[in-house]
Design a protein around this ligand. Structure first.
Ligand code: MFK
Length: 546
């Protein structure tokens, strides 16, 4: 009889997610936890529907039409069905608004929604992330007029009034080095600022607003002289003529997301604050979008592992199911524990963010958040690529075939390491974040997280690794080149120590509930090693590249 292999089935992303249930049960007051269920149920249902729909339909990309039949410039973008559903889904389930509610759990509850919605949304979460970041940067600016004008739209619970915001920073000259931006802000005789220039990676060009960096005319070169402006893109139903969409990018992944190259030909703009230090003013936005990046990266890991595990229970090879093959089972379990560590760190950042914003965090926790945000972003960005690649391999050749829907997971995951700063840029940001006593804050907090665990060997490994990291820092203090050369290893080491301590905290709680799995995750995660410190090796590096 002809053999046909069963396709993997996607388990309900909320109902089947043991980690998210345990986290929310532990962290949320009972009445908040219960109130969240309806949204998470609905977003999980949507995710399952979207997976099945994607398997039945041909993938589409957005299409840009620049001119109509009569020669009028229109710059119209046709979006995919899922993107057209985005405003309804995001507002009905308060994916943005929930994060700005006035209670300490707001961000945790928001990011639980983001985690479930992300892959189903076809990266509609990207403009949502930037809108969230723009709302946060506007609040931080204290600019009452702009807050009053834009915030009700950015945080709307009604699709009819929702506005999305972009983040226009990257230019052909700039990339990571934003200080080289060439966009100029000129002031009209009537006092209106207008932006002139070219932005090279505009991921939310379909939005109604954006925050953009530009250099006021006549200002000095370099990053400090850049200013941060708010712009609007639409004039009623029509795009403003001073904004031109030149081209949509042809990308490796995130292909449903219309990322554009644009020209600004005198687009009206309003400064958020002082006409300088725009990078400092946009930083609150960066830290928010970096948190989204981490949450979306762990969502990709969860999806990849869920499909690989399901398949392992269906696929027979060498006379038994894959899941019964010891090496395959070991591979899956190794993936699972790395994912559990990344999940723990990422959602701790989300929770901490809510508490810091709400004013209910302890004084040292703001410094801790500043450090953990880049660490979570850079670690999860890399890990998502690794785990998605490993998950594809769990399907053998099928994982390499487009219409299984699996290769897209890997292509999309590659973006997490690039978006919102590369791994190296984020590693250097980790060094920047050490300036305000955050390492001491991390040590204190790690002690608290890991206190109470019965796993003495894990506790010992965490503390020994933190000692090694502190010694490393001391050893290279004052030697900036050395510090930078070792920054990635240093950042990964801190990230793994924090994750291990968080796994210890979860293990202590779960053991009381009779669940031994988090304690096993802790043991194996620590067994994979925490120390990723590398010798800067400046001389050897020069030799090797010579
Ligand atoms: C679905 C997933 C969701 C994700 C959506 C993603 C959408 C994707 C679209 C994009 O990718 S947009 C492009 C993203 N681009 C970047 O993220 C830029 C990457 N480059 C950096 O992050 C550089 O490190 C940076 C531009 C910040 C360096 O600029 P500078 O001016 O050379 O840095 P400098 O002088 O160290 O910092 C200027 C100020 O900002 C300092 O404050 P002070 O003026 O008070 O001294 C810094 O402390 C502050 N700062 C920098 N980064 C900060 C920060 N403050 C807080 N948090 C940070 N992260």
């Amino acid at each position: 009889m002809e053999f046909l292999q069963d396709a993997p089935q996607l388990a309900h992303p909320w109902h089947s997610d043991r980690l998210l249930h345990a986290l929310l049960d532990r962290a949320l007051p009972a009445e908040r936890r219960a109130a969240l269920d309806a949204d998470l149920d609905a977003l999980g249902d949507y995710a399952q529907m979207a997976w099945l729909r994607a398997a039945r339909t041909t993938r589409r990309k957005p299409i840009l039409t620049r001119w109509d039949a009569w020669g009028r410039r229109v710059d119209r973008i046709e979006l995919t069905t899922t993107w057209l559903e985005g405003p309804q889904l995001a507002t009905r389930h308060a994916v943005l608004a929930a994060g700005h509610e006035a209670h300490p759990e707001a961000r945790l509850e928001q990011f639980a929604r983001v985690y479930l919605y992300h892959l189903a949304s076809e990266f509609y979460t990207c403009p949502l992330a930037m809108t969230d970041g723009a709302a946060t940067a506007l609040k931080a600016s204290g600019n009452a007029a702009l807050i009053e004008r834009a915030l009700p739209h950015f945080l709307s619970r009604d699709a009819a009034t929702l506005w999305l915001s972009g983040q226009w920073m990257t230019e052909t000259t700039g990339g990571s080095d934003v200080g080289q931006s060439e966009t100029v802000a000129r002031r009209d005789a009537d006092g209106q600022w207008r932006l002139h220039g070219r932005k090279w990676f505009s991921s939310a060009v379909v939005g109604e607003a954006a925050l953009a960096l530009a250099r006021p005319e006549g200002a000095a070169p370099g990053p400090g002289a850049l200013a941060l402006f708010y712009v609007e893109t639409m004039d009623g139903e029509r795009r403003k003529p001073e904004l031109r969409i030149d081209r949509l990018k042809d990308k490796l992944g995130t292909q449903e997301l219309p990322t554009a190259e644009i020209h600004l030909d005198g687009l009206p703009a309003w400064p958020l604050g002082e006409l300088a230090h725009g990078v400092r003013q946009v930083a609150p936005m960066l830290n928010i979008t970096r948190t989204w990046n981490a949450v979306c990266a762990v969502a990709s890991m969860a999806r990849a592992i869920s499909l690989a595990r399901d398949y392992a229970a269906r696929r027979q090879a060498f006379g038994r199911l894959l899941i019964e093959q010891p090496l395959h089972a070991r591979t899956l379990a190794d993936m699972q524990v790395e994912f559990e560590g990344a999940f723990a760190l990422t959602f701790e950042v989300a929770h901490l963010l809510g508490r810091v914003e709400n004013g209910s965090a302890q004084p040292h926790e703001a410094a801790l958040l500043r450090l953990l945000t880049p660490l979570a972003k850079l670690w999860t960005g890399k890990l998502a690529v690794k785990l998605c690649s490993e998950a594809l391999e769990c399907f053998g050749g099928a994982g390499y075939i487009e219409d299984t829907g699996l290769p897209q997971l890997l292509r999309d995951a590659q973006v997490y390491a690039l978006w919102e700063g590369t791994t190296n840029v984020l590693s250097l940001d980790g060094l920047r974040a050490l300036a305000n006593g955050s390492l001491a804050a991390l040590r204190t907090t790690i002690d608290a997280w890991s206190a109470g665990t019965g796993d003495a060997s894990a506790t010992h490994a965490i503390h020994a690794t933190l000692d090694a990291a502190a010694a490393y820092l001391d050893q290279h203090k004052g030697a900036r080149e050395s510090l930078e050369a070792g920054a990635r290893g240093f950042a990964l080491t801190l990230a793994r120590c924090a994750a291990a301590a968080l796994l210890a905290r979860q293990a202590t709680w779960s053991s009381r509930q009779g669940d031994p799995r988090p304690a096993a995750a802790l043991r194996r995660f620590v067994g994979h090693g925490l120390d990723r410190l590398v010798s800067p090796g400046l001389d050897d590096t020069a030799l090797l590249l010579g």
